[in-house]
Design a protein around this ligand. Structure first.
Ligand code: GRG
Length: 272
């Protein structure tokens, strides 16, 4: 049942993405580079979350799809730039050559810039429709900007190996990862007149931390900030359980919460 629902939401997103991709009109190599990273093996957890929460709140999928795409584009740009030699210097992403390995650094930088720019265009266009869309756009760029993801990345890339304490770790996770997990959930609420805003905010913040904790269990690279530099594996598993309880607690007032509960359980146990 959970898988069916996930695939149903995923299909809505993929169909919309395909349609929108066809409208991209720029230099051939730039287009190829943009499409390569947008379509190569992402889990789509952020768009699925946004579409699912919108569904739970009784919203219309048409209102949420442009924002789901804009957010996935911002996420994709961040991965392309994160893999660059000046940042994490990764040759592979999702088991395939990273964007700059396939297209060269210059094109990869421009593909990332383009994705951020298209996301901005989408959000501005949507904002003409009304105040809910305007609020959603503001939240999107707040989450991904210098008070959110970019700031988390700045702390991450400037951190010195010997200085990682719990406070810094939690600050990096909140900014770099949780903000882009909070964004889809809160944007769905904003698009539905801020319905269940507070409960959904609390739910998604805990979920964002769980997402990074489980990522750290899957990928403990020596040079990176990782929760396992602060907690033992046993401690981290206990902490994940505590955050999971926070998630479930935040969902108690929300009707039709079954999929969100199952998604929380899935993220706590994920293997990819
Ligand atoms: C370059 C401004 C800038 C930011 C980069 C997203 C990010 C910040 C860095 C990527 C490295 C990383 C481990 C980030 C934490 C968030 C995270 C777990 C990203 C991976 O998200 P998934 O698992 O990716 O949803 P897929 O491949 O499924 O799309």
């Amino acid at each position: 049942m959970f898988n069916e629902k996930y695939n149903e939401y995923l299909k809505l997103f993929e169909d919309y993405l395909q349609k929108e991709i066809e409208k991209i009109n720029c230099e051939k190599v730039l287009k190829e580079s943009i499409i390569y990273s947008l379509t190569t093996g992402g889990k789509r957890i952020r768009p699925v979350l946004m579409i699912a929460v919108n569904d739970v709140l009784g919203g219309n999928e048409k209102d949420v799809l442009p924002f789901a795409l804009a957010l996935e584009m911002i996420h994709t740009y961040s991965l392309i730039h994160d893999d660059l030699p000046a940042m994490d210097n990764d040759d592979f992403r999702r088991g395939k050559p990273s964007n700059h390995k396939k297209f060269g650094e210059g094109v990869a930088i421009l593909a990332g810039d383009s994705l951020l720019n298209i996301a901005c265009e989408i959000a501005i266009k949507e904002s003409f429709k009304g105040i809910n869309q305007l609020k959603a756009s503001e939240f999107l760029f707040y989450s991904s900007g210098i008070k959110g993801m970019i700031n988390g990345q700045a702390i991450d890339i400037t951190y010195q190996n010997d200085t990682l304490d719990e406070k810094t770790l939690l600050k990096v996770i909140e900014n770099k990862t949780a903000r882009l997990i909070i964004a889809p959930v809160v944007i769905a609420s904003l698009l539905n007149g801020s319905k269940h805003y507070e409960e959904l905010y609390d739910f998604s913040k805990s979920l964002g931390f769980i997402f990074q904790f489980t990522d750290d269990l899957l990928d403990d690279k020596e040079e990176n900030i990782n929760s396992l530099k602060v907690y033992s594996k046993e401690e981290l598993l206990k902490i994940i359980e505590e955050y999971k309880n926070n998630c479930l607690q935040s969902l108690t007032e929300i009707e039709n919460n079954k999929f969100l509960i199952e998604l929380t359980n899935y993220i706590c146990k994920r293997k990819v």
